[in-house]
Design a protein around this ligand. Sequence first.
Ligand code: NAD
Ligand code: UD1
Length: 331
Amino acid sequence: MRILVTGGTGFIGSHTCVALLEAGHSVIIVDNLSNSKREVVSYIEQITGQTVLFYELDVTDAVAVEAIFVKHDIDGVVHFAGLKAVGESVEKPLIYYKNNLLSTMVVAEACIKYGVERFVFSSSATVYGNNLVPFEESMPLLPTTNPYGETKAMNERILTDIVKANPNLAVSLLRYFNPVGAHESCLIGEVPNGIPNNLMPYMTKVAKGEFAQLRVFGDDYPTVDGTGVRDYIHVVDLAEGHVAALEKLTAGVHVYNLGTGCGTSVLELVKAFEEANAIQVPYEIVARRPGDIASCYADSTKAKKELGWVAKRDIVAMCRDSWKFEKEYID
Ligand code: NAD
Ligand code: UD1
């Protein structure tokens, strides 16, 4: 298939392009480079030995998006393009709602107009809110604590309504848990803008000596050791989940958790990172971070049963590859 990948130079998008190319598909990337670099295109080509078409454009620009659909025969879309910084979304809600909702509507509209029936959307486990773990796809969506999370839930509803009106469309809503790690080549990975908010990228910078210590946000949650529990997933596994979702798509809306099904606490992750990499991560316990929940991990049986996909890389591989990327990546 020829797949249009919006946000394809970003963290998850770039790994998914590699997985798609390795599975025999061809890829067209569109990205406005607001949170990624053009060089990623050549890194994807270097890893796979294949050519990738790239267009620098904003997917909220309907005219620019339509021109791509006119020029190319597209079989499916994987829509990653979006803004994802939770704190920034609280400060600049309009920018988040506009970018993350309009982009989906513009791309979906072009799909309908040009008869492109396969559409895969990047959603998030954040839509489960404070449901009881493990999260199952059938659970009701609960309010999230920030505009970023709300854009994910709204996009899911928008796409569901679009499919009701266009029953030929085949849409997969993929709810990611906590992606970490990087491609083994260290050519692509997560390159956060400024001080990282997420645990793994912050921890790798502590290990490197850029920050003195990790702040562990709360040790009084009802979890194994009082610290927050999350379902960390290797980004290469996540990328492979997209290939499976695209290849198995049938008409209608399908929702899948892409997680490992295993919860790991903050302190367990620190210990695993120290052991995997033989390096110390100094930390202090501080107050809970507003908006955090105690536990978030997937029931991943539906993706296994229906897509034949399971995450294969364990927490040791995630810690090793995150650290390797931090050390070897040249910005
Ligand atoms: P990323 O920021 O690395 O990638 C997103 C890409 O989209 C970037 O390259 C950015 O330049 C591009 N982009 C943003 N707005 C655009 C626009 N209007 N037009 C064109 N390009 C645009 O983020 P990521 O971690 O790869 O996440 C990809 C998707 O997955 C996002 O939708 C994100 O919300 C979602 N997601 C990410 C996580 C995570 O932890 N990383 C978790 C759940 C869901
Ligand atoms: C966060 C977002 C979520 C988003 C996800 C993307 C919030 C409230 N939630 O989720 O909407 O989908 O990122 O990956 O921002 N922690 C520390 N110290 C740190 C950083 C984190 O102790 O410096 C803890 C957190 O309290 C949490 C765990 O580590 O228990 C994971 O945090 P993080 O990596 O930020 O991810 P989420 O909170 O799951």
